[in-house]
Ligand binder design. Sequence first.
Ligand code: 173
Length: 498
Amino acid sequence: MSSLIPTSTVAEHADLDSCWIIVHSKVYDVTEFLDEHPGGSKIILKYAGKDATEAYEPIHPPNAILDNLPIEKHIGSIDPNTVVKVVKEVTEEDRRRQALMDARPPLDEILNLHDFESVAKTVLTPKAWAYYSSASDDEITIRENRAAFQRVWFRPRILRDVTSVDWSTNILGCKSSLPVYISATALGKLGHPDGELNLTRAAAKHGVIQMIPTLASCSFDEIVDAAQPNQPLFLQLYVNKDREITKKYVQHAEKRGVKALFITVDAPQLGRREKDMRMKFVDDGAGAKVQEGQKDVKKDQGVARAISSFIDPSLSWKDIPWFRSITNMHIILKGVSTPEDAILAYEAGCQGIVLSNHGGRQLDTARSGLENLIDIVAALKTKGPWPNPNFSVFVDGGVRRASDVLKAIALGASAVGIGRGFLYAFSSYGQEGVERAFEILRDEFEMNMRLLGARNIREVVPDMVDASALSAHAGLTPTDNLFNTTYQPLGLAQFKNA
Ligand code: 173
């Protein structure tokens, strides 16, 4: 259908019986979809008969409407001559946040990745902060991810002529200026209007590899289009219940030059992230008149749970040969925690694994990737050469310092993923923030490798660390001052009007 629709016509469809909305200048009839909307009907009804683009964009993957709404409900395009530019009402909260943005510390005063987190916590909307920072249940694992690094101590070597040190490496056949890649995090536009493109552009300038998330705010093609020719990119994959959709997506990615497929295997269901869930309750309070008296659905879902229903919980080891049959990209399983599964992944013909607990957002009290690294490397050594050129082990979770990265590398990791660190960098300073984060890491690598006596990544060896305390879970971790002041503990149940 291609008719041009006046905004006044859309405005006539503004209730439960007939509900139209505008997104990106297109008009959709969502009446029958109201009850199915994973985020509840209330939030759609707030925009009934109106333009919902601004609310829609940051929290939906770009194809959400195309994927979920039958084509006959796509009514047409809005008649541009009828669009009245609404001057967006600037709220007290907007003003307060803008003042904080204006008062941010200048970038050269940002000295480490924790600093980005504290700025992000201040300038992000409460909803974005809740979604990004939250972890599952009691948030034990997210804190353990940091703590584990502090239970590993260095054993530096001396007198090795460290005039020149080189921390560049090769990750799955791709050159990388750092032994670090950008791990996937969803919904970048909650943090910054350019979303994931901040990462793509900064990565291009600094020779870092970005892992594109399935649930990015920008579309896959927008991200690839923003990359430089031959800029290496990886893809994180959530496997759809409809395997044809997954197949198309994977093969499209391969055609566009993506080098490796990181299949997320630790999220058959999303963890309960209570900060995120509480934020949903708060938002519901601001409903429009039309919602009164209506029983809303699925109130207990935060941003993440609301958009994750397509993920297939039936995914199993039996699917791995199918992935192998549809793509020649490297296949990496993201979210492995045990030697048993590491061996299964190796025997299934995967090219690697990420020891990850999903940034503490899935199974709470799961051990840290760093701790799991010890047993997993020991198990893999019994199966083949080590380091194994055909099987890489990555770690993510809680990484904020080059010293964290070097510990993981010493214990056998090929490289390390950082998710939130870069997310907070662009949420607070856009692309420049990410570039600054790379520069900070670069400076930290230079200093730490000199002090450690390692002139290149191959010289970062197991003897350079003492991990004997790593499995001692109580009492031995020093206080992480920066993290503890940034970190926001879980909140309590809120009373109405309190
Ligand atoms: O950790 C996450 O928030 C995540 O992976 C996710 C999964 C589904 C939808 C949105 C985010």
